[in-house]
Unconditional design. Sequence first.
Length: 279
Amino acid sequence: MDKHQLDERAIKTFGGEFTPKFLATATPDGTPNIVPVISLEAWDANTLIFGELMIWKTKKNLLANSKVGASVFTPDMNSWSVKGDFSHFERTGEIYDKLNMHDMYRYNAYTGFRNAGIINIKEAWREKGMMSPARIAEIALIAATTKKPVHSFDGPMPPQVSEKFSRIKAAKYISYIDDDGYPLAIPALSLTAAGHDTMLFGAGTLMDENEALPEPPFKVAACVITFDPVAYQVKGTVTEYRKRLGIRIARLEVEEVYSASPPLPGKRIDVDYDEAAGE
């Protein structure tokens, strides 16, 4: 596979109408953001397109910082990821018409897309080892060592958010800013709530092709979408890596929590968040 474009299998996978897909963006100061954008699809081997629908924070980030990450996750546990540059939005034309012709958007109660977004692909790759023995060991170890969050309010994550992040049958992703300033969209199947203020995941998820890890502390965003479908995003800091039984585990301290699905995508829902103070 040419690392600068999608191959035929990746193009087909990005075309799935109900396949979980994620778009990672960043603020100008480098704070990552990652949300489900199911309308993402491949226009050709070098271009991703998507519809603008209830992605206000993502749109704001795109207009201020063009660097993006994107990924698709399949039911058979495969994933393709992309680094790219947002080009522009357009309100008319072939791409806009194609996006709005999909049945799930053509008859949408929210009246369809406002604009079509265009992303130029810089790098593309298939995520390797999604269900390798190492990843399975990470999932098993973290599941065995994390206590099931109780229905209390001892952190910023409401109980329903902690519960969704603790599900095995869910698409879970992490985003952090790489050395080139791109917000990566990385599948993180082992990501599990260890309470209402902390999550753990296998640090191997973050290894680059040289098997290097980013040095803590660093900012991350994490997103989950379930089969309900319900989606949430949290933001926080990876503060440390710890080794348990030879497996390196990353600790994510959660600071902010958001809804990432209708009817209120982007709404901040921290337990102690003072709405009157604003974001």
